[in-house]
Design a protein around this ligand. Structure first.
Ligand code: ZN
Ligand code: ZN
Length: 560
């Protein structure tokens, strides 16, 4: 984008295009930039101690005076979670977000004590906002799994881009209006490029309505005589609404277990999306005062997360909840593929209490996705009829099949683009051409530090977690550099020193040998470099230890 011709329209699919999570795109026209979403993602299992991955904003930082706004499609963290780190880098550009997303972002900003610096403007289904000299953003209400979700239509003097956001077509949404079909249809003929989410592009048919799920849950809960424990995602606010309504109808008190659920429900109550009398919400402590059939426990942990409520219940280590065979447990959620084994181990443990268990399955639909299936995507496209389409928000495999569907539905394959993170697309008033790429390698966030964790540190953590640490402390005479006494050894997670006499003896001998050679070499050179001694010991010991134990602990040598 360096030799940017004035008045050219460019789109950068900065992040989150090739997987689910870490969504962020930006559009540049002349000397103005508008970002759409700023989410984070969670690291894979091999990234030890890394909390989040955020989009690389190097290019945006270099051009921060051009960044006029960040538009937010909805309040999920894969679309908003990176704001905390990105905002200060870009000198806090104004944010435009729906009411629910705004409340969630504000809560986070308060947590980080940034609330005074952040400017968030609330948008609604009627909002149309002029940004800078060149942009006009129209927010179009759609259904997802959180209220106030939007598609965004961004107009510029040289072309218009539509961001579908996460959406499904729900003809009977829970406690919110349906997607704004009329407004979507009004975009026909105006969209030069549509970025469409691909999450469920491989799932045939239509995504079930939230109301259908709610009815099924109500049937099940009404029939049960004992306590009911429901585990649901705290990000699926529409489901939480349904569950609260069911509790009211079935005359059950609600017990909330899990911090993220508490937070989500409290914000939903603040926004008056969930209306529930204080008397209906009781604490875990008060539960025993009520008969079992008047209790509905909402808890976190549907993915078997180690410290979430449901897993602690299964391990019988929850402070207040002990399972009994009269209890019913409902997993109103999907199973993220990489968690399937963990979830099963948890449900095994739950079943050992003799409880009844209901999972989302073929005969009982108790979970619905917030992302449109093939039929939903098709309906959306029929409404907006874009000139070009870019499937995003999914792996290449998902986007590839998304493209195949589009071709099957009659879309010209030359007008469908599969993009990559960091890819810039230039619009020439007729066609989108691939331009340069900006740096897009995600930034690793580790607790409080930003971007200071490299591959070396990750490798160390992996090694530590697998093999532990073995350290050697050598006391060298400052006068003649001879070893005083014997080397001392400290081990963490590697071997139990007391039972490793033979290994330690051999290690000690090796160290004396290396030291002798170093001493000789150094006196010839007339210079004693301890760094060389340390390196030699570390290298030799790792060879020796691997030979003897087939393990590779981190080896640290300290000279005192
Ligand atoms: Zn979402
Ligand atoms: Zn998303």
């Amino acid at each position: 984008m360096k030799n940017n011709r004035k008045g050219m329209l460019q789109l950068c699919t900065l992040s989150g295009t090739t997987e689910i999570g870490r969504n962020s795109n930006f559009v540049q026209y002349g000397d103005e930039i508008v970002m759409v979403d700023a989410g984070y993602s969670f690291p894979g299992h091999e990234m030890y101690g890394i909390d989040y991955l955020i989009p690389n904003v190097k290019y945006l930082k270099q051009n921060k005076q051009k960044v006029k706004a960040i538009l937010i499609t909805h309040g999920h963290l894969d679309h908003t979670g990176a704001l905390k780190w990105i905002l200060p880098e870009l000198d806090y550009p104004p944010i435009y977000a729906g009411g629910f997303a705004k409340a969630l972002i504000e809560a986070k900003m308060k947590e980080y004590k940034m609330e005074k610096k952040v400017k968030i403007y609330e948008v609604d289904r009627k909002s149309q906002i002029n940004i800078g000299r060149n942009f006009k953003a129209t927010f179009i209400g759609i259904n997802h799994s959180i209220p106030d979700a939007f598609s965004i239509f961004l107009q510029t003097p040289k072309g218009n881009i539509f961001f579908s956001g996460d959406f499904k077509i729900d003809k009977e949404p829970a406690n919110e209006p349906q997607s704004d079909y009329e407004k979507l249809r009004s975009l026909r003929g105006k969209i030069d490029l549509a970025l469409m989410e691909s999450t469920n592009a491989s799932t045939p048919g239509k995504a079930p309505s939230e109301t259908e799920i709610s009815k099924n849950l109500e049937d099940i809960i009404t029939k049960h005589n004992g306590r009911v424990v429901v585990s649901a995602f705290s990000s699926l606010i529409t489901r939480l609404y349904s569950l609260v309504e069911i509790a009211k109808k079935t005359n059950r008190k609600i017990v909330i277990s899990g911090r993220s659920l508490e937070q989500a429900i409290s914000i939903a109550r603040e926004k008056r999306y969930i209306n529930v009398d204080e008397k209906l919400l009781i604490s875990e402590r008060e539960m025993s005062k009520y008969p079992d059939r008047e209790i509905l426990i909402l808890c976190t942990g549907s993915q078997g997360e180690r410290f979430a409520a449901l897993n602690r219940i299964s391990l019988n280590e929850h402070k207040f909840i002990r399972l009994r065979k009269e209890d019913l447990i409902i997993l109103s959620s999907s199973e993220i593929p990489e968690n399937i084994t963990t979830i099963e181990k948890m449900t095994d443990r739950l079943l050992e209490f003799g409880v009844e268990l209901i999972k989302d399955g073929v005969d009982t639909k108790i979970h619905s996705t917030g992302h449109g299936n093939q039929e939903d995507i098709k309906m959306m496209l029929e409404m907006v009829q874009p000139r070009h389409i870019m499937p995003v928000h999914g792996s290449l495999t998902f986007r590839y099949f998304h493209k195949k569907n589009l071709v099957k539905w009659g879309f010209d394959k030359n007008k469908i683009f599969l993009t990559e993170d960091g890819q810039i697309w230039n619009y020439d008033n007729n066609y989108w051409n691939k331009g340069k790429k900006v740096e897009s390698k995600p930034i690793l966030i580790d607790g409080l530090g930003v971007g200071d964790i490299g591959d070396v540190v990750l490798k160390d953590r992996k090694q530590l977690s697998e093999y532990g640490m073995f350290s050697v402390v050598l006391n060298l005479s400052s006068k003649n550099k001879k070893i005083i006494g014997r080397p001392r050894f400290i081990s963490r997670g590697f071997v139990y020193l007391k039972s490793s006499y033979a290994l330690l003896k051999e290690t000690e001998n090796t160290i004396f040998d290396i030291h002798r050679d170093w001493e000789k070499y150094s006196s010839q050179k007339g210079k004693y470099e301890e760094k060389i001694l340390i390196q030699k010991i570390e290298k030799q010991l790792s060879k020796l230890i691997f030979k003897k134990t087939e393990r590779e602990p981190i080896i640290l040598v300290a000279i005192i």
